[in-house]
Ligand binder design. Structure first.
Ligand SMILES: Nc1nc2c(ncn2[C@@H]2O[C@H](COP(=O)(O)OP(=O)(O)OP(=O)(O)O)[C@@H](O)[C@H]2O)c(=O)[nH]1
Ligand SMILES: [Mg+2]
Length: 296
């Protein structure tokens, strides 16, 4: 992994990708907090803890927050159950969702409204529930699906989305209907990542761009994970004889099976790395979840 963009990054950071627009984005998030009722903190369900951002979380102060673990359709169900138990024990409101699932998104908004109402009642015991416009701010790491969530709720392409970290670069208000308004914000990375493992997880889910992370390291890590997990998808898609193979051999096998070859039949490894990452990220190599819930 490279240490990029910031020569003043702390020496113990194994990885640092914090382009200028992210510092600005964080400042603007703090400035707009007073205009919203609640923040949806979007994470990737496949990296439930390390796709959070402590600095961003601290910046939210006392504002009510709902943790939305998006892309649940790509997350290993057993791991998701274990993480759900852990999140429930922590006491912060959370929800695992696949944002293309309309009823699940409806439930997320209902839960957000309930949290806001409960908070109003806690601040003012004489408060009587009334239907007011709900204003939500959507924050989180790059590429976690913030803008897609907004488009799904709005039922139209109100904001640009792409499988590319750093797509949204400026804040944008989107009116869903007369009851809901949403503020889309650019993805913000933690200023530094201390653990090599976390940098690999975040690269695997494409929260970090491939030209900043190292495609070879990330693809090798993903293959190692899938081999250890022994999911049938890897074996079937790449016609492997076994899942007991070293990563080097699997890479060679993929090059042959998928025709990623150069002159004289030599493997074109950069193409293989790209192919492995693309297929992993759209779920074709099976569901994943990196890391275990912390032990009490
Ligand atoms: N499988 C799956 N893909 C999703 C889901 N939500 C979003 N995506 C995909 O994730 C990619 C990134 O989505 P965006 O909405 O642009 O992500 P973002 O968080 O706004 O990214 P930035 O603007 O870079 O911070 C797109 O290719 C989406 O189609 C989901 O629930 N499931
Ligand atoms: Mg976006």
């Amino acid at each position: 992994m490279k240490r990029e963009n910031d020569p003043s990054a702390p020496k113990d950071a194994v990885f640092n990708w914090y382009p200028g627009h992210m510092a600005k984005a964080l400042r603007e998030i703090k400035q707009k907090l007073k205009l919203v009722d609640i923040v949806l903190e979007v994470r990737d369900a496949r990296v439930p803890l390390a796709s959070g951002n402590r600095e961003l979380g601290a910046g939210l102060g006392e504002k009510r927050k709902l943790i939305v673990l998006n892309k649940a359709n790509l997350c290993d169900p057993g791991a998701m159950a274990a993480w759900s138990k852990w999140f429930a024990e922590q006491g912060d409101p959370f929800l695992f969702v696949n944002c293309f699932d309309k009823p699940a998104m409806k439930k997320a908004v209902q839960l957000a409204r309930k949290i806001v109402e409960e908070n109003r009642r806690a601040c003012d015991p004489t408060y009587v529930t009334k239907k007011t416009k709900l204003k939500l701010m959507i924050v989180g790491l790059p590429n976690t699906g913030k803008s897609t969530i907004i488009n799904q709720l709005a039922g139209r392409n109100a904001t640009k989305v792409a499988d590319k970290p750093g797509q949204t670069q400026v804040q944008q208000w989107i009116t869903v209907d007369q009851d809901i308004e949403l503020l889309d914000t650019p993805g913000v990375m933690p200023p530094q990542i201390d653990r090599e493992e976390h940098a690999l997880w975040l690269s695997a889910i494409h929260a970090i761009p491939d030209d900043i992370a190292d495609e070879e390291d990330t693809a090798r890590f993903v293959l190692g994970y899938l081999l250890e997990k022994k999911g049938p998808e890897l074996k079937d898609r790449f016609k492997l004889d076994s899942l007991e193979l070293p990563v080097d051999e699997v890479l060679q096998r993929i090059a042959v099976v998928r025709g990623c070859l150069m002159q004289r039949g030599l493997p074109d490894y950069p193409r293989v790395y790209k192919l492995v990452l693309a297929e992993f990220r759209n779920g074709e190599l099976g569901k994943a979840c990196f890391g275990d819930p912390p032990k009490a």
